[in-house]
Design a protein around this ligand. Structure first.
Ligand code: NAI
Length: 256
């Protein structure tokens, strides 16, 4: 792998859900590697704060409020990103929410449609809007963030698990469909990671879960996932596509 193949310098990346957790870490690493970063999030103020932080460190970025469950907003923001940076090379579909409900809960339909729309439909919308621009890139990359809940499952988490398993299917199908064009489409499945999504879980419960379930015996840090996501986007990562990579401290490998 030559230095040019490892460089993200000057490439433009759209990160969804970049105000917090793994999205934020991913945006910061891309910026540190010289990419132009579109910091987007449903939480517009949060995105602005991340962009301010990146700019203060000398990175190149701009922030946009973007709800991935709103297709017209996606079109507007992608257009603005291309106007700002002159193109779009990389899409990181990271935005996410959680939502637990037993299958017979009265509000199950609400939970289902909310999770499917943000976690799954939003990903294909972002990809479809970005595609004409990715097709003009010399190094087009898509990384979709799923979860180990796509590979195993937890009770009361069926809507989330279905959405995330959908992300792995979407990833494989689009990898096959777009491979001849040199567009890679891969999927990262984080295990238990310390982010906004898991911060409400009491520390003791987190530690107990991590000791019992992971090989590493601990929760992961957002940047431990973000580094893998970013690696999949290097120009040199041109022959890996359609894969689903757990970054889970050995959770999926562990039986006992
Ligand atoms: P987080 O809560 O720290 O960050 C998620 C971000 O997504 C937030 O900034 C939030 O405002 C944004 N967001 C929520 N709905 C949105 C929408 N409709 N449009 C745009 N942005 C929206 O959570 P975390 O953990 O960093 O989540 C990142 C991804 O990782 C998600 O897809 C999540 O499902 C996934 N994941 C998280 C795990 C964990 O243990 N934290 C484990 C496995 C997967």
């Amino acid at each position: 792998m030559d230095a040019e193949g490892r460089s993200l310098n000057g490439l433009t990346v759209l990160v969804t859900g970049a105000a917090s957790g793994m999205g934020r870490a991913t945006a910061e690493i891309f910026a540190a590697e010289g990419a132009n970063v579109a910091v987007t999030d449903f939480d517009g103020e949060g995105a602005r704060a991340v962009a301010k932080f990146i700019l203060e460190k000398g990175g190149v970025c701009r922030d946009w409020r973007l709800n991935v469950a709103d297709k017209s907003e996606i079109s507007k923001v992608v257009g603005a990103i291309v106007d700002e940076f002159g193109g779009l090379d990389i899409v990181i579909n990271n935005a996410g929410i959680s939502g637990f409900a037993p299958i017979d809960a009265d509000n199950y339909d609400d939970v289902w449609s909310r999770l499917i729309s943000v976690l799954l439909t939003g990903q294909q919308w972002v990809i479809r809007v970005a595609l004409p621009h990715l097709r003009k890139s010399n190094s087009p990359r898509i990384v979709n963030i799923a979860s180990t809940e796509a590979l195993g499952a937890t009770a009361m988490d069926s809507a989330y698990a279905a959405a995330k398993a959908g992300v792995t299917g979407l990833t494989r199908a689009l990898a096959v469909e777009l491979g001849r064009e040199g567009i890679t489409v891969n999927c990262v499945c984080p295990g238990p990671i310390l982010t906004g999504m898991t911060e409400a879980i009491p520390d003791e419960a987190r530690q107990k879960y991590a000791r019992r379930r992971t090989a590493m015996g601990r929760y992961g840090r957002p940047e431990e996932v973000a580094h893998i996501t970013v690696s999949l986007c290097m120009p040199a990562a041109s022959y890996i596509t359609g894969v689903t990579i757990p970054v889970d401290g050995g959770l999926m490998a562990r039986n006992a």
